[in-house]
Each structure stands twice: as C-alpha cells, then as structure tokens.
Design a binder for this molecule. Structure first.
Ligand SMILES: *Cc1c(COP(=O)(O)O)cnc(C)c1O
Length: 385
C-alpha cells in the first residue's frame, strides 16, 4: 500500500498490514505458522525468531503506521519489548535516566538486572524537566519516560524531554501503553523510541500477551540486532490475534476515552470519594500539559475512597466491574496497586510515588456508564452499612 501516510486512523486500523490471501482471496490475513522457509532464491531469510515471518512483517507495518514511524517490531510481551529496546542502547559503563513513576515490571528490570550488566541508572526526583536535567551525566545514553504514568496518571512533558536529550545526543524512549497511538503519538514531540505492552489496549480483549516498539529504521535495526539474540519474538497465532484486535483499536479507545471522562466526573463529585486522578479533569495537576500533548485522555483513572471505606471490601462487592491484575480490556476492571502492580515495592517507596494503600486503579471499559455507576453505587452502599 503506497498511500499509508495519507490514510485516516480507522482505515489504518482496518487495512494496513494485511497479509494478502493470494490463493483463496479470503477477506482476512491467512496465518503463516511455518518455522521453516526456503533460503534459496529469496532475499529475506525468514525465521520466527528473526521477527520476519509474513504475519510478523506485515503487522509491523500497521504498528508503524499507527505511531507514524518508519518502522516497528513486535515482541512476545511488553517486557520483551522494554528489555530488548533498553539493552540495544545501553552497554557497560553507560548511564540511563528513568522517570520516577514507572510500570512496576520496568522498574524491577532496571533495579534487579542493570548492575550485572554494569549499566548505571538514576530515577528522577519528580517529573519536572529540571529534575531530568539534574540527572544528566557524561555517560548518559538514554532517557526513559512513561506518560500518562501508572497508576496516578501524571504527565511528563515529551517535547521538553526530547529537546533536552537531543541537545546532548541522548536517545529518548517512551512507554506509550496507557495513551495508545490513538491518544498520543510521541514521534510528533521528538521522542525516538515508542514502546507498548500490546497486552493492554492494542490487544484490548484481555486474551493475548504481546509487545511492540516503533521507531526509525536505523533504531529498529539496532533493536533487531540484539532482539534476534535475546529471542523474545511473538508466536504467529498471537500476531494474527493482535492484527485482528488492532482493527477496532480506534473504536474501542474512543469509547473508553468517553467513558473514563464520564466516570472521572462522576467520581469527582461523589461524597464517598476522596480524590480522583484523571488527566482529563480540569482539576488534575497536569491538565494543561495533557491537553497540549494528548488528543484525548485515555481509559485509565485512579481514585481514593474516603476514609472508612475499605478498598478491598469495596472491590469485593462489585458485580459488573471485575477485580483484575491487568488493564485495558473492553470490560471494566479495578485493582489495588498496593496489592498487585506495586506490591514488590516497599511501602516507603510507594509513598514516595504518592501511592496510598486505599488507591484504586480503574481501567474503564466500553460498557454503558450508567451500568458502571450503578455497580459502584451498590458496592459503596454495602461498605457504608
Ligand atoms: C503491562 C505493562 C507493561 C508490561 O507488559 P507485559 O505485556 O505484561 O510484558 C509495560 N508497561 C506498561 C505501562 C504496562 O501496563
């Protein structure tokens, strides 16, 4: 397809990156499960671990089109994407700056593994650009951000970070999982490497584990070179599932955006709720910045119930909204970060990040908001008895 760059978002979702069914003219991509391909008379040596089976190769085009980059790669998990991208740009003696609030798995990867590779790291004290600048050293090679962050939905200024990094020849990486390319395209703000846990919104149905990286051809080649050695590629059946899921990415995420804003507004005036964290609320500390760099505010929010209502008891009383470790499915889910995503951090480390024990993270699905509100109302009523 030649006009990819001109296509609107739903056309990209529905069409870009299909594998043509030349033999039977079926409407959807056939799945190539082969792990063995001819090597004579072909210009690409295909092998699943080289990230280049027909389904892998074509899906990368869809992801690159969504993120408006020249190239992309897909992985067996979000953490395979994160770890492979980081190790591609860091070696012994290098230094990386990471923002203070990060996805728990990424944080664990850095603090548990980097020392043995001889890679130095610093976490910023806050998300202000001054605090990024303060951490820069002579050997800083990468700045890594995540915006909106998990679970408090704080916003990092992408343009300021990329400007700071470019001036010093530092590569920038972003975890764009929460925003999705529907709500935020970091390449427009100068960020070099865009990472996704495709397990979340890209997959969107809580049934596949996958990761993705989008970047320039040069950067993707560098990630590919180490990626084939680390071996984190995705099975072709899952590739096919992900292609199918992405066809409705825009439709799903738009509904989730709408629902999350409605739910945030409802919770913000609920007398049983102490505080709501959603970048689309005018009262959110980063509202202005979010408005500047996001097209919409996403399907994730967090809230604290007022004192006296136990967060776990509240979640146990929910009937429609499922308690869940993960997020971003078409069904609404909630979790307590203290018990799950941030359970490996000490309570001091959590407090430093502003994560209170009563905090609940809410992944808003595509349901009717009146039904979600009714579910929350009945659960609060039971807690208040
Ligand atoms: C889930 C998640 C990851 C890790 O992805 P996996 O697919 O679980 O490996 C990374 N970043 C964010 C923001 C996530 O939510």
């Amino acid at each position: 397809m030649k006009n990819i760059k001109k296509f609107g978002i739903n056309t990209i979702c529905a069409h870009v990156g299909e594998v043509k069914d030349e033999q039977f003219k079926g409407a959807v991509s056939p799945i190539y499960m082969s792990t063995s391909y001819a090597f004579e008379g072909v210009d690409i040596k295909r092998y699943p671990r080289y990230f280049n089976t027909p389904n892998q190769e074509m899906l990368c085009k869809k992801i690159a089109a969504l993120e408006k980059t020249d190239s992309a790669m897909i992985f067996g998990s979000g953490m395979a994407a994160v770890s492979t991208a980081l190790l591609a740009f860091l070696q012994k003696g290098d230094h990386i700056i990471l923002q203070q609030t990060l996805y728990g798995g990424t944080y664990n990867f850095v603090v548990e593994e980097f020392e043995k590779f001889g890679i130095e790291y610093s976490f910023t004290k806050s998300l202000s650009i001054k605090d990024f600048e303060k951490e820069i050293k002579k050997n800083t090679k990468v700045i890594y951000i995540e915006t909106p962050s998990n679970p408090l939905l704080t916003i990092t200024d992408m343009k300021a970070v990329s400007k700071l990094a470019k001036a010093k020849g530092i590569v920038t990486m972003i975890d764009n999982t929460f925003a999705t390319p529907i709500n935020q395209t970091p390449i427009d703000f100068g960020i070099d490497i865009i990472i996704h846990s495709a397990t979340k919104y890209m997959g969107g149905h809580s049934d596949i584990l996958a990761g993705a990286v989008a970047a320039s051809e040069e950067h993707i080649l560098r990630i590919w070179n180490i990626g084939k050695n680390l071996g984190g590629s995705l099975s072709d059946f899952t590739v096919w599932m992900l292609e199918r899921s992405l066809k409705t990415l825009n439709l799903r995420v738009r509904q989730q955006n709408k629902n999350a804003l409605k739910m945030a507004k409802y919770l913000a005036v609920n007398p049983n709720v102490y505080h709501v964290y959603y970048p689309g609320l005018k009262g959110h500390t980063d509202y202005k910045l979010a408005k500047k760099q996001m097209k919409n505010f996403g399907g994730m929010l967090s809230f604290e119930l007022k004192e006296g209502i136990d967060a776990m008891e509240f979640q146990n009383h929910l009937k429609l909204i499922k308690p869940s470790m993960s997020l971003a499915g078409v069904e609404s889910t909630m979790l307590s970060p203290t018990q799950t995503s941030h359970s490996l951090l000490s309570s001091e480390e959590r407090a430093k990040q502003g994560i209170k024990d009563g905090l609940i993270r809410f992944s808003v699905g595509i349901e009717e908001t009146k039904d979600l509100i009714a579910d929350i109302e009945q659960a609060i009523k039971k807690c208040n008895k």
